[in-house]
Design a protein. Structure first.
Length: 189
């Protein structure tokens, strides 16, 4: 698959099988993330691979966060939310949590550190697609909660920017209609 085809055909795959993904493939995916551009070569990305019980441990953190946000922790709806949060990391056999650890250097701009890590995630998603795997990049408020940063032992400035849920696709990706690039482009000569 050529690069342009990979870019145009990559889709978020929200449903994957339980089939194990080899360590070799996971390492190729992570390596691709490290080839993203980053100003001053700060390499601000951090990767955490969760498989097996590691996903259960993350689910416990999600449940704790969700429980702390409920007005009535004893209501049936609150209990259901907590259980659902605990199970979320079990939706894929592998999760790659991607974090940012911003450089302490004065000449480094914080937004550029995040841009570098987000670029790394795109490299990873394209690599996943090219390897015949499926993935979805999940974020949301829980992702940025301080307890998640603590779980991954990030610094005070560090933060998880997303979770890549990874596996072998269990669905056929839907076709996608995009706004034509010409409608979004202004040429200034």
């Amino acid at each position: 698959m050529n690069l342009h085809e990979a870019i145009k055909t990559r889709r978020s795959i929200s449903l994957v099988t339980d089939e194990e993904v080899s360590t070799d493939l996971i390492e190729k995916i992570i390596e691709a993330g490290t080839y993203a551009p980053n100003h001053f070569r700060t390499e601000p990305w951090r990767f955490y691979v969760l498989r097996g019980d590691g996903r259960v441990k993350l689910g416990k953190v999600f449940a704790e966060i969700t429980r702390s946000q409920q007005e009535d922790v004893y209501s049936d709806s609150s209990k259901a939310k907590v259980v659902r949060s605990a199970k979320n990391p079990l939706r894929a056999p592998v999760i790659i949590a991607v974090g940012v650890e911003p450089s302490e250097r004065n000449n480094v701009i914080l937004k550029e550190e995040y841009a570098a890590v987000n670029s790394g995630v795109q490299n990873m998603l394209l690599t996943i697609h090219a390897l015949g795997l499926g993935a979805i990049w999940r974020t949301g408020a829980i992702c940025y909660h301080p307890k998640v940063g603590e779980f991954f032992h990030l610094s005070e400035k560090g933060e998880i920017i997303g979770f890549i849920y990874l596996g072998y696709s269990a669905i056929e990706p839907k076709s996608l209609t995009k706004t034509h690039y010409k409608e979004l482009t202004t040429w200034i000569d």
